[in-house]
Design a binder for this molecule. Structure first.
Ligand SMILES: *Cc1c(COP(=O)(O)O)cnc(C)c1O
Length: 426
């Protein structure tokens, strides 16, 4: 008997390339069929066959409050009743702009857009317009959305398919992008020595989350800041994933580094399509309509998306929110590690705030090459065994995982006992 899941996937492939609207959803990396979902509540979501799962993907990051948080839903409904879009400014846009500028001191001015891709693309154009330079530096395995300039040895879906660059990106555009190794300060210094006065911007995930999770070496981030300042290059922190995920003051607060521009997405939209880029006023003033760098969007600052974002940002400011989230995430990673190692499996894990990495490896990787050396087949076996037991991890060994505030000790313990029984039979 075929499940409704399988049926839907067969049908979808006829009208949607690969049956999905974003590549990593297709389960190509882990094999098998993607799961089609119909509803979510808190830490759980239900597929079209009625099976429930504990969700550690959280729509790839936005759902820090879990699925369908009642306050977020209420705000969204009330806002929608007053009209879905005006294509003109609203008071709520001012409110969220002021709030983000207050929570992230490096952001003096901010502009709202609809996706992380758009934010990354706009920040690069702005940095180029501001500096009058073309070259940018990015790091292998970091993903900053699918803009041409940034889809050069990108992570996430592109990495998962072992096809890091994309067809359709002109060499003339990719040629302006210099790709270096994450956490490699030496090569970075060398590159700046040679090309410093040509580099418009360095874009980096301050905690890399699109090649599994790679923590930054403190010295790597410090070097980045120093070199960009010395050479008048714009330091762009891509906090689309880490923003309000690793802590209320984001990765830049955690590591005490002030970027020139920051891009945000995921959590700030609370599950609706919203993202942003912002930073030093001097740079942001180069944007149209005040400056010469053009950037626009019909649905930018959409009222319903802003409402979801505001409701989310309000709830995450509650006392103890991140302490709780951090503790629960650590409980998960430590529990999995103890359980796997007890059964002699080469496995380790780490977490930063509400994001985590699982590695079928003896040691926690610190570079792209070390992540690539993890046992991908072991991960895939673990992924499918957990899926059967109703635990949904990201369908790829190269993605970070997420815990929400709705994951309680009972969900974490259920996850750990599912893993324990799998590791015991390994
Ligand atoms: C998800 C992500 C993006 C892209 O955001 P979209 O909204 O999917 O376009 C960019 N950068 C990072 C670090 C991300 O995790």
């Amino acid at each position: 008997m075929t499940s409704r899941n399988q049926q839907l996937f067969e049908q979808s492939q006829k009208v949607i390339p690969g049956g999905v609207n974003s590549p990593v959803r297709a389960f190509k990396s882990v094999g098998g069929y993607p799961v089609f979902f119909q509803r979510g509540q808190g830490a759980y979501f239900w597929d079209v066959d009625g099976k429930s799962y504990i969700d550690y993907v959280g729509s790839w990051g936005p759902l820090i409050l879990g699925h369908a948080h009642p306050e977020v839903i209420r705000t969204v409904q009330a806002t929608a009743e007053k009209g879905l879009t005006f294509g003109a400014p609203t008071e709520a846009e001012l409110e969220i702009a002021e709030l983000i500028c207050k929570l992230i001191p490096s952001i003096e001015q901010i502009r709202l857009v609809s996706s992380g891709t758009e934010a990354g693309m706009s920040a690069i154009r702005l940095a180029r317009g501001f500096t009058g330079r073309n070259k940018i530096i990015k790091f292998e395995g970091c993903y900053h959305g699918h803009d041409d300039a940034l889809l050069v040895k990108a992570g996430s879906g592109a990495l998962t398919f072992g096809n890091p660059s994309s067809a359709g990106v002109p060499q003339e555009i990719a040629g302006h992008t210099i790709v270096l190794d994450y956490n490699d300060s030496y090569r970075l210094e060398e590159t700046f020595d040679k090309l410093g006065n040509e580099i418009a911007a360095v874009i980096v995930e301050p905690v890399a989350g699109n090649m599994n999770l790679i923590a930054p070496k403190a010295e790597f981030l410090t070097t980045l800041r120093t070199l960009c300042t010395q050479h008048d290059s714009v330091l762009i922190f891509d906090e689309v994933m880490t923003g309000f995920r690793v802590g209320l003051d984001c990765a830049q607060g955690l590591y005490q580094i002030k970027p020139d521009l920051t891009i945000l997405g995921k959590v700030i939209g609370g599950g609706m399509p919203m993202a942003a880029f912002g930073g030093r006023r001097e740079i942001m003033q180069y944007l149209a309509p005040v400056g010469a760098v053009y950037q626009a969007g019909t649905l930018s600052g959409n009222p319903v998306a802003v409402a979801a974002g505001l409701a989310t940002l309000k709830l995450i400011q509650e006392t103890g929110f991140y302490e709780n989230l951090t503790n629960k995430t650590r409980q998960l990673t430590e529990g999995l590690t103890v359980s796997a190692q007890k059964h002699g499996i080469d496995f380790c894990a780490q977490s930063i705030g509400g994001m985590f990495g699982l590695y079928f490896s003896k040691h926690i990787p610190a570079s792209f090459a070390e992540v690539m050396a993890c046992d991908k087949d072991a991960f895939n076996r673990f992924f499918h065994s957990m899926l059967i037991k109703g635990v949904y991890f990201a369908p790829s060994a190269f993605e970070a995982g997420f815990v929400s505030s709705m994951h309680d000790s009972s969900e974490i313990n259920e996850t750990l006992s599912a893993a324990e029984s799998i590791f015991a039979d390994w």
